[in-house]
Design a protein around this ligand. Sequence first.
Ligand SMILES: Cc1cc2nc3c(=O)[nH]c(=O)nc-3n(C[C@H](O)[C@H](O)[C@H](O)COP(=O)(O)OP(=O)(O)OC[C@H]3O[C@@H](n4cnc5c(N)ncnc54)[C@H](O)[C@@H]3O)c2cc1C
Length: 404
Amino acid sequence: MRTPVIDVAIVGAGPYGLSVAAHALGAGLDVRVFGKPMRAWEQHMPRGMLLKSEPDASHLGDPDGRYGLDAFHRYAYGEPVPVDRFAAYGKWFRARAVGQALDESEVTAVDTEGGLFALSLSSGESVLARTTVLALGFLPFAHRPGVVAALPPSACTHSSDHHELSAFAGRDVTVLGAGQSALETATLLAEAGAGVRIVARAGALAWNDVPVHRRSIMSRVRAPRSSLGSGWPSVAWSRLPGAVRYLPEQARRHIVRTTLGPAGSWWLRERFDGAVAVNLGTRLTACEQRDGIRLHLKDASGAVTTLDTEHVIAATGYRVDVARIEILGEHLRRQVASSGPAPRLSRGFETSVTGLYLVGLAAAATFGPAMRFVCGCDFAARRVTAGLVGRLRGPRRATRPTAS
Ligand SMILES: Cc1cc2nc3c(=O)[nH]c(=O)nc-3n(C[C@H](O)[C@H](O)[C@H](O)COP(=O)(O)OP(=O)(O)OC[C@H]3O[C@@H](n4cnc5c(N)ncnc54)[C@H](O)[C@@H]3O)c2cc1C
């Protein structure tokens, strides 16, 4: 069964998809957003996780600013937001700002048909849309180091594969990585009764400072707070993501890599210390599956050791690559211009395919580190909506999904 042609199809109902939907609906566009609301937060982050971002950096965006996190629940500065409460907030936001425009079907494919986008749904239906916004989040880009790629899922998983860690009680688990995800996953595993160690290339673990509620004027001037942490550069990248787009590509890459780099939250440190063994300054060079898994490790001096474990969790982050957006038909995917693996986007988040937009992590290489976090939702949703309105109602109305 085919539905009538809609103006805007949004794929993904996480913070970015829901925020774009709220803004586009506010602009009077005919919108449908696809996917289970907040699925990534409910199923692909560990139970018991706390948000690293401050409450004030965790608002979804709607045109009147009525449905920020604080309208759902007022958290104090420095008070961590539990992941299940944040997912509940996203659903609360959806009920108020998006309403019936949500369809919980997954999108299985996006292609073109007769100058429109054709979306195939898990329900078996298909939908035609004049424009499409991909708000796919981080899941398509989960990165596993090549050295563990040959291990089967029973032996090695990515941190985003897990929600329930209690299944690891009594088992020996090795977590690769030294960022928040690695440190928190390891801590929650230990608390669930697993024997856990971290293996990381970093020579030392970094931890964020405990937030100070009352700061001197000098300290506030020297290092003002922002939704991306303290300091003037963070203020600039969080408040002016539109300006980041005009920086040279190498500078943008550097900013994305170094802003809020791998570090554990202040509130995690006490729980981590003593509960998790650490093996730092170590590179995993090879692994093989026997009864369990044998890891071959090389330290900074070049010394090689082996380590036996029952399961490896790669908490090794996410790498954006247009080639990994598997729902895009091959022909369409090949038309999306990129710089390296990252898509090239216009000031309105449009790809080189007319009418096809990308938001969230996939836009970080263009608009900077704010796009990796919830704090970038409102900016992205406003810009995309302005672009959609221009495409659908303005003089550039022709929306054939062809490369421009
Ligand atoms: C462990 C972890 C902790 C984090 N903690 C924080 C934090 O504290 N603060 C913060 O600001 N950011 C945090 N982040 C980053 C966070 O992921 C992003 O800020 C946020 O998820 C971006 O929202 P999004 O809508 O782009 O992506 P997502 O939340 O990933 O939403 C995208 C949605 O699209 C859906 N989807 C994908 N493909 C399809 C399809 N084909 N059809 C239908 N639906 C589809 C997915 O299921 C998903 O629900 C964390 C990330 C991780 C991995």
